[in-house]
Design a protein around this ligand. Structure first.
Ligand code: EPU
Length: 341
């Protein structure tokens, strides 16, 4: 195990922000992961496992513990003789590579999740979702290191307690480390093109029966037009979660803002589009603090120029939270994890 000291974290995150990690190591095997966690525990250090760093904001003063970069690779496809194929992908695999390969193999289920930055290991943590799809729908189980017992266990889909951008992994921080995700993808699946932006795309192109590959291409194109290129800009995509509010509260807001988009959840509450609130109600596009600004094409996204600091991100985020509270009474929550030790 090669533990390095004082390693700048910024290059390991898509925000490109963060001071030095006191200790840093990359692990390529499950044994390596066990060794790294044992080291941190033995030294009494806080530890944090990262993948692509695409949903994390580190402090400018860095991380006073051990950062473990999960680089455990490998993926297998097993045709189970039914309509489905079982895909096992280790946590360090690139998410987008996996999606591309599943579509090449004509497997349905994660095509709407194309072009999302990050690694496979983060997909259940965040329960990544886009264009009407959520990864939890196709996850069978998740193999994790239970850091309290130091045993590997397989958590079922139910054990993971998935909901919108949420899972057990977010609530029991550091308890479980994801090493592999098992997906079940359909060989003759149905495409899901109900989401507004996708529907509009296919109507405009006059495509009534798009193929699997065409849906993936559409998602990639729509994302390109709405989201910043994270290879150029510092960003973590949506900075906040869309708030889920009571139906009566939504009705009140709708009487004031008739075009406010809302989606009824299974419990009757309504998920409202914070991008719309920030943009059309709070006029947030164009707001900035230092080198960090609200993205001109999607108000839910913050972009950071070179030299940006975590403090600038937090100050801008706080200002947006304040504005949303003032205009709508809604208390919003970050989607990006604030990683501090
Ligand atoms: N809208 C505006 N102005 C804006 C942004 C959005 O009016 O500046 C309106 C749109 O016109 C649309 C609605 O708000 O009617 C929703 O916008 P969009 O379809 O872009 O989706 P979103 O709810 O803002 C979510 C995810 C994204 C995902 C898209 C597409 C969250 C927190 N974000 O954004 O995920 O790509 O849906 O499915 O749920 C991410 O998590 O980092 C991310 C990019």
């Amino acid at each position: 195990m090669n533990i390095q000291e004082n390693i700048l974290i910024a290059p390991y995150t898509t925000f490109k922000i963060g001071g030095p990690a006191r200790f840093f190591c990359a692990v390529a095997t499950e044994d390596g992961l066990v060794e790294a966690v044992r080291y941190a525990k033995g030294e009494g250090l806080p530890f944090l496992v990262i993948g692509g760093g695409s949903n994390l904001l580190f402090s400018d003063s860095g991380y006073a513990g051990l950062i473990i970069k999960n680089e455990i690779m490998g993926r297998t496809f097993t045709d189970d003789g039914t309509l489905y194929s079982v895909v096992d992908a280790f946590a360090g695999e690139d998410w987008e590579n996996l999606v591309r390969e599943t579509v090449e193999k004509d497997l349905f289920g994660i095509e709407n999740l194309s072009a999302i930055p990050g690694k496979v290991g983060a997909s259940p943590v965040q329960n990544i979702g886009a264009y009407g799809a959520e990864v939890s729908k196709v996850i069978v189980s998740v193999r994790v290191l239970d850091t309290s017992t130091m045993q590997f266990v397989e958590l079922s889909q139910l054990d993971c307690k998935f909901s919108y951008r949420d899972s057990i992994f977010k609530h029991e921080k550091g308890h479980y480390i994801v090493t592999r995700v098992r997906f079940r993808l359909c060989k003759l699946g149905e495409l899901n093109i109900e989401y507004g932006a996708l529907q509009k795309y296919f109507v405009e192109k006059d495509m009534t029966k798009p193929s699997l590959k065409e849906v993936r291409d559409a998602v990639i194109e729509i994302r390109k037009s709405k989201l910043p290129d994270w290879t150029m800009w510092g960003t973590a995509g949506s900075y906040f979660k869309n708030p889920v509010i009571e139906a009566a509260r939504f009705a009140d807001l709708r009487s004031e803002y008739p075009e406010l988009p809302g989606f009824v959840e299974h419990d009757g509450r309504v998920k409202v589009s914070l991008g719309y609130i920030l943009d059309k109600i709070c006029n947030a596009k164009g707001l900035s603090v230092g080198n960090v600004s609200v993205y001109e094409k999607q108000a839910l996204v913050l972009v950071a120029k070179p030299g940006a600091t975590a403090t600038e991100v937090l100050n801008l985020a706080n200002e947006l939270m304040r504005l949303v509270k003032e205009k709508t009474g809604i208390v919003i929550e970050g989607e990006v994890e604030w990683a501090v030790a």
